[in-house]
Design a protein. Structure first.
Length: 75
């Protein structure tokens, strides 16, 4: 985490991300990495469920999404 808030890792995650992030913050992080992706009702329901998990899990999943999107555009 930084002073500005949680950081989504740009590379492989070697240790669990630390710190507390409230569920609304986690929801914003997920929304950010999913920006531009068309979501259906079930997608949104699962994203809301994910946002209720612990920060280290959500930040790791968000990192996977962000890195996979970056890898896709790099090809």
């Amino acid at each position: 985490m930084s002073a500005a808030g949680p950081v989504v890792a740009a590379g492989p995650v070697e240790t669990p991300p630390r710190g507390f992030v409230p569920a609304d913050g986690l929801a914003e992080i997920l929304a950010g990495v999913l920006a531009g992706v068309e979501l259906g009702a079930w997608d949104r329901r699962v994203a809301a469920w994910l946002a209720g998990l612990d920060a280290c899990t959500v930040l790791t999943i968000a990192s996977w999404i962000a890195r996979s999107r970056a890898a896709g555009t790099a090809r």
